[in-house]
Design a protein around this ligand. Structure first.
Ligand SMILES: NC(=O)c1ccc[n+]([C@@H]2O[C@H](COP(=O)([O-])OP(=O)(O)OC[C@H]3O[C@@H](n4cnc5c(N)ncnc54)[C@H](O)[C@@H]3O)[C@@H](O)[C@H]2O)c1
Length: 238
């Protein structure tokens, strides 16, 4: 499979290593120093584009891939206020988009556990739920895209939580997400249900970026030749 890497930073380079290991070819690498190569014609040399740039550029990059008619896997976080627009543009232009706030298999299993735990805890208002996420200091967005996904999964199942906030709050309807930035830290997410009697806590800790990169390549293999909008649960069947 021929891959275009839009964003050749920490994630782009980790993805390249996995893609080459799995017998794929990288036909385009774009970063901030060679944005002039980020053209429809060059993207069209690839079967799939994998986009890991960041909050400011993700949306435009996704739209460019859709215009090129090349399926695009995006892992950039912090741009989700425009996700519905991107989905609609993709569908209207009969192209393919797969976004995931987190590509690691372990985190996607953690998402499934989070949904089950949220459903079990929903009838027990004596427990207050809150979250903590820890990442490296270069991370531009807070809370993490993964934390937002986890929070939305809880809010959908818990009538007492109406919205997430990224600061301490005593309002019972706020789901508090605390963000810590320390080095080195590939990514930790903790969800705690706390009561005067006991606490229940689930935690996922990434040890390195390999899990995200492997998942992104699996997603690209899945998306090649497809039309439509997908998520990691489609790739993993969970
Ligand atoms: N979904 C996931 O599983 C997952 C995992 C890790 C990181 N991320 C997200 O992926 C993104 C990238 O993370 P990273 O750690 O590789 O960051 P990074 O800063 O190491 O790399 C970003 C790359 O994008 C390039 N870039 C920036 N603006 C660009 C533009 N306008 N056009 C083309 N290239 C541009 C930079 O030059 C750099 O090469 C972040 O949003 C991060 O939160 C997602």
């Amino acid at each position: 499979m021929k891959i275009a890497l839009i964003g050749y930073g920490k994630m782009g380079q980790a993805i390249e290593a996995i893609a080459l290991d799995r017998g794929h070819e990288v036909v385009l690498k774009v970063n901030i120093e060679n944005v002039e190569d980020n053209t429809i014609e060059k993207i069209q040399q690839a079967d799939v584009a994998i986009e890991f740039t960041g909050p400011e550029s993700a949306f435009d990059n996704i739209i460019r891939c859709i215009d090129a008619g090349v399926p695009v896997v995006s892992g950039s976080t912090g741009w989700l206020s425009r996700y519905e627009e991107a989905k609609e543009y993709c569908t209207r232009n009969n192209s393919a988009l797969l976004y995931a706030s987190n590509f690691s298999v372990g985190v996607n299993i953690f998402f499934a556990i989070n949904k089950q735990l949220a459903a079990l805890m929903a009838p027990h208002p004596g427990y207050n739920v809150w979250m903590k996420e820890i990442h490296h200091t270069e991370k531009k967005d807070a809370p993490s895209g993964t934390a937002i996904t986890l929070a939305e999964q809880v809010i959908e199942r818990n009538d007492h939580k109406k919205q997430w906030v990224n600061h301490e709050s005593r309002q019972p309807e706020d789901l508090v997400i605390l963000s810590e930035r320390v080095d080195p830290a590939p990514g930790t997410h903790v969800i705690t249900y706390t009561s005067p009697i006991d606490d229940i806590e689930i935690r996922h800790t990434a040890h390195n970026r390999k899990g995200f990169a492997t998942g992104a390549v699996l997603a690209a293999e899945f998306l090649k030749g497809k039309k439509g909008v997908y998520g990691m649960s489609d790739v993993l069947g969970i």
